[in-house]
Design a protein around this ligand. Structure first.
Ligand code: FES
Length: 158
């Protein structure tokens, strides 16, 4: 009889892979988020113990960096660049339109939990702004009309 596969805990795998790497807090947090989509509270405790840091220190890093999430991501994550080059070509108006369209005008996540709108600071498409990323897919030279098409597509997907 074949043994059933053992479920591997991603946090354990990440912590083990950095066991002998001092100062690896940021890579550890990035790898946990890549694996789980966010940094769960219990992972903060385990990382703190493994790195010999306080929970407050690890929590402080998680909340300081916009890249890290403390909650599971929404079904669709829209990241709008607010860095200088995109600002100069209308990023502020774009993020307002995106938030309004997705029901995120007053908070980062829509009430139904389907969408979140997050500011980011450069997506590497500076010459083609305003830029945004939807579910890890980059979109350049965004306009109101183009975003409306993308929003309609997201609505049909979920
Ligand atoms: S400034 Fe927006 S992509 Fe770089």
């Amino acid at each position: 009889m074949a043994a059933s596969p053992v479920e591997v805990d991603p946090v354990t795998v990440v912590l083990e892979s950095h066991r002998n790497t001092p100062g690896a807090l940021l890579p550890i947090l990035h790898e946990i988020q890549d694996a789980l989509g966010y940094i769960p509270r219990d992972a903060v405790v385990r990382v703190a113990d493994a790195m010999n840091l306080s929970r407050a220190e690890v929590h402080g890093v998680v909340t300081y960096y916009h890249d890290f999430r403390s909650e599971p991501p929404a079904r669709h994550v829209v990241q709008v660049c607010r860095a200088e080059a995109c600002q100069s070509v209308g990023a502020e108006a774009l993020i307002g339109q995106v938030r309004e369209r997705l029901g995120c005008a007053k908070q980062e996540r829509s009430a139904d939990g389907r969408y979140s709108v997050e500011p980011v600071y450069c997506l590497g498409l500076c010459a083609s702004g305003p830029s945004l990323m939807i579910d890890e897919r980059l979109h350049a030279r965004m306009t109101q009309e183009k975003f409306e098409q993308l929003a309609s597509r997201m609505e049909k997907e979920s």
